[in-house]
Design a protein around this ligand. Structure first.
Ligand code: FES
Length: 115
């Protein structure tokens, strides 16, 4: 299993998303940026961003239930590790994109591959 969209943090451009206080602990935020649907999670104070499209059948994976560090796709129950996009349970076998996230001057920023 590999992450087809593993992104090298040194090869990204960071894009400002929102003030960090808009994403409290345990919450998630849906964004559209550069034609990508992305969901950002605050898991116990750490921020993670993954693609919001399931690799199994394009389900809205970001709407799923969170269990520990995993999200469960609401369509067929495939699971992904929120920290890195890895598919961890059938029927999902292909990883989803995972984007670097950082905080800068109180703003959440996401790293997108340089064009
Ligand atoms: S669309 Fe997500 S598990 Fe099928």
């Amino acid at each position: 299993m590999f992450n087809y969209a593993t992104i090298d943090p040194s090869k990204v451009e960071y894009v400002e998303i929102a003030p960090a206080d808009q994403l409290p602990d345990g919450e998630r935020m849906f964004i559209e940026v550069e034609a990508k649907s992305i969901v950002i999670f605050n898991l116990a104070g750490k921020l993670f961003a993954i693609g919001d499209v399931c690799s199994h059948d394009n389900g809205p994976v970001g709407d799923g239930e969170v269990e520990d560090d995993e999200i469960i796709c609401p369509r067929h129950g495939g699971r992904f590790d929120i920290r890195n996009g890895k598919a961890t349970s059938l029927p999902a076998v292909v990883d989803i994109p995972s984007y670097p996230v950082r905080l800068r001057e109180g703003m959440i920023e996401i790293g997108l591959p340089k064009a």
